[in-house]
Structures are given as structure tokens and as C-alpha cells.
Write a protein that binds this ligand. Structure first.
Ligand code: NAP
Length: 242
């Protein structure tokens, strides 16, 4: 069903983004792999093992011009942009009282503005195509809030609002837009947390295990295959938020 489609995944050199890129390659999609600092040849080879193309593109999703150029290049190279996964994200955790303007701006610019930039340019092309699907990586924290993550939670709550608005605007042309809200997934992002914090998190997960990157990737494939789900936030969190 997804064979031959073009999927762009942002921040896909590692973690959840890499797993999402591999999962779509397994489905037969050509992959546009956006990375920020670097990507290994092994990752590109792993994707191409499935017999599809992988086009690595370095760039910062927070840059409006970069997003515009990326979509132009995809159109030129592949003809269509069928699946957009806005995965790139960062944390700059700090208690509200001590949070700097820079910490707030960095997280909002990468997570929320980066998602806007990509949705803005990709949707122009998808509207012309009259097809496409957008999946934005939110977080359960965007729904619940979290101590030390006012910037991150605000960015993820913003992504949920953006997702629902885009879903309403784009539905007339058959384009779907959904968000995934992962709970606690073992990646570099969560690796920096203290062991004590991790154990506390585990206690709050009814399924009694951390999420894997593949738990999130399979949810992204599910959403991309379904053409009648739009404007939704799919919690993939072991039951943390119900
Ligand atoms: P990760 O391992 O830290 O990976 C994040 C990726 O985003 C990195 O490859 C990073 O590249 C890239 N990135 C950062 N800034 C970027 C920018 N300006 N432009 C393009 N790419 C950029 O994190 P992860 O855990 O896989 O998280 C992936 C997504 O899931 C994020 O949106 C995160 O908020 C969300 N999420 C994660 C969890 C979790 O428990 N892990 C839970 C809820 C939501 P560089 O390293 O080169 O900068």
C-alpha cells in the first residue's frame, strides 16, 4: 500500500526518527532522511537494504527557507511528497523560575516552528497533489505538562493544536494530519535522565516497560496506511495517559 511512495522524516539520523525511516523503507517507500549534525553510512545502507532509495539531506528544520528548499528538491527528485513525519525535536529542561529565554526559544523554534515550517511547505505540494499524510511527533507531556519542561510541553501542546488545525484545512483535498504522543521511549533524549527519574517514570507506566523506537515507528506506519483517521493524537505510551 505504501510501496513507491516518498516519505520524508526529519531528525532521522538516530532514535525514533531512524526507526520510522527504516519502518517506511520496509514498506517500500523511498526515504528522504533529514539530519541535523551528522548521519552514518550504516544508517543509509540499512535503509537502502530494503531496495528503496535514501536521500540524506542535512539541515535545520527551524529554518523556514531550508524547509521550502527541501520540499522543492523532493518534488524535483521524486515527483511527489506522500508522507511527512515531523520527528526532529530537542529538550532544554529547566525549572520555570530558572529557564532562560534562549532555552525557551531553542525548544519552540526546533519543535514547534520546525513542525510548522515543514507542514507549511509540504502541504502546498500535497494540496496540488490532492493526496498526502502528515504525522507530527508530539508527546504525552504536551497533554499533561511536566515539571522542568515548560518549554518542551508548550512546544508539544502547540504541535497538537497545529495538527488539528492542519487536519481541518487539508481534509478537503484528502490529506490527513495526525500526531503521535509517545510516552517514555529509550533513546539518547531520555538517556540523560537520572536513574531515579527513570524508575519513577516506570512506576507510572501500566504496561511496566519503557517504549521502544519500534513501538513508535509501527504507529507511524499504521497512521500512514489509514486514510480515514485525521486530526487525532495517538498516545503510544504503555497506558501512561488514559
Ligand atoms: P533523539 O534521539 O534526541 O533524536 C532527535 C533527533 O532530532 C536527532 O537526530 C537530532 O539531530 C534531530 N534534530 C534536533 N534538532 C534538529 C533540527 N533543528 N533540525 C533537524 N533535526 C534536528 O530523540 P528521540 O527520543 O528519538 O525523539 C524524537 C522525537 O520524539 C522528538 O520530537 C521528541 O520530542 C519526541 N518524543 C520522544 C520521547 C522519548 O521518550 N524519547 C517521548 C515523547 C516524544 P542532532 O542530534 O544531529 O541534533
Amino acid at each position: 500500500m505504501l510501496k513507491g511512495k516518498t516519505a520524508v522524516v526529519t531528525g532521522a539520523a538516530k532514535g525514533i526518527g531512524k526507526a520510522v525511516a527504516i519502518a517506511f523503507a520496509k514498506e517500500g517507500c523511498n526515504i528522504v532522511l533529514n539530519y541535523h549534525s551528522s548521519v552514518s553510512d550504516d544508517t543509509i545502507n540499512e535503509i537502502e537494504e530494503y531496495g528503496t532509495r535514501c536521500m540524506p539531506v542535512q539541515g535545520d528544520v527551524a529554518d523556514f527557507g531550508f524547509a521550502a528548499q527541501l520540499v522543492k528538491d523532493i518534488k524535483k527528485e521524486f515527483g511527489t511528497l506522500d508522507i511527512l513525519v515531523n520527528n526532529a525535536g530537542i529538550t532544554r529542561d529547566m525549572l520555570l523560575m530558572r529557564m532562560s529565554e534562549e532555552q525557551f526559544d531553542q525548544v519552540i523554534n526546533t519543535n514547534l516552528k520546525g513542525t510548522f515550517n515543514m507542514v507549511r511547505h509540504a502541504s502546498s505540494l500535497m494540496l496540488k497533489q490532492r493526496s498526502g499524510t502528515i504525522i507530527n511527533m508530539a508527546s504525552v507531556v504536551g497533554v499533561t505538562g511536566n515539571i522542568g519542561q515548560a518549554n518542551y510541553a508548550a512546544s508539544k501542546a502547540g504541535i497538537i493544536g497545529l495538527t488539528k488545525s492542519a487536519a481541518k484545512e487539508l481534509a478537503q483535498r484528502g490529506i490527513t494530519c495526525n500526531a503521535i504522543a509517545p510516552g517514555f521511549v529509550e533513546t539518547d533524549m531520555t538517556d540523560v535522565l537520572a536513574e531515579e527519574t527513570k524508575q519513577e517514570m516506570l512506576k507510572a507506566i501500566p504496561l511496566k516497560r519503557y517504549g521502544t523506537v519500534d513501538d513508535i515507528a509501527s504507529a507511524a506506519v499504521f497512521l500512514a496506511k489509514n486514510t480515514y483517521i485525521t486530526g487525532q493524537v495517538l498516545n503510544v505510551d504503555g497506558g501512561m495517559v488514559m
